[in-house]
Ligand binder design. Sequence first.
Ligand SMILES: [Zn+2]
Ligand SMILES: [Zn+2]
Length: 367
Amino acid sequence: MAEEIRCVLMTKPRAPLELRRVAAPRAAPGGAVLEMLASEVCGTDVHLHHGRLAGVPYPIVPGHVSVGRVVETNGALADVNGERIEVGRVVTFYDVFGVCGACWHCLVAKAATRCPSRRVYGITTGLADGVLGGWAERIEIRPGVRLLPLPAGLSAEEFMGGGCGLPTGFHAVERASVALGDTVVVQGSGPVGLNAAIFAQLAGALRVLVIGAPRARLEAARRLGVEDTLDISEAGDPAERVRWVRERTAGRGADVVIEASGNPRAVVEGLEMVRDAGRYVVVGQYTDAGDALLNPHRHLNRNHATLLGCWGYEYTHLHRSVQMMARHRERFRWASLVTREYPLADAARALADMETLSVVKALVRPG
Ligand SMILES: [Zn+2]
Ligand SMILES: [Zn+2]
């Protein structure tokens, strides 16, 4: 086994990334080690670098959603179907551990993504916990972390074209209870918004409209089957954007609006786009970007709207979204969303490109 590996370290907010050699991770009993094939660069990594998330134990190895090859196990490993996972298998994994299954959140509220013991790879795990981020040549899979072998025919690039946006967009569409024939508006054209647009169609939406920027992301949305897009850099007035939706919905507004923009002001605007008795899901406010002033009478009470939040995802969302991806890979071609790949040494450039939105999906390729 390798004695040392290279990994990227985010030592503290706003500090330059460092390429470091550290001791190679080893598999604890019931755990494994993966040789990384690819890890994603997402908006969360940009937030981490700006110190916008609470409870992050810097220094950290970023990269929460990743694909790798099993190179070491310590005891038998199996997937949820009971199938053995052998050395050499290409897998992703549910990037969460520590959910206790015993607390009020887990047992009474059945809201496991709010379990206080929940830890996330590459976000709320530091180097002190081990190599638990994907911007590394190898990563430790802790005992109990669920491995998910990629289904036959699905490549690492395809899976990573979805990345964390895949289960997150899936979860948002599930929360929205999209019904057959619905018109769905998605605010935001990043990976979460694009995957929500995909799963809304698979859930039976008649029409999906996407509002976002920049142009490359909106072009991607149209390639994915979205009926129409609105570029917020051209339609700068919120009232104009609300009108754009109403013009396309007989003046009524959309059955479902999914917010995946990250901008608090989008929430008030999105509520203006929902039809009477429609549903609104907020999934884009992953960091605290500030307050929004809404009118409870107009936005919620009088129009009989349902407002839902959506935090993280559970194993079920990753599992089902990956099976859906394997089934619909020809139609949606997720791999085409990967705009650029970077070696470990260029992780800082990947982060900068993600921040300026000059890429749709960026990958770190440790190999
Ligand atoms: Zn718990
Ligand atoms: Zn992510």
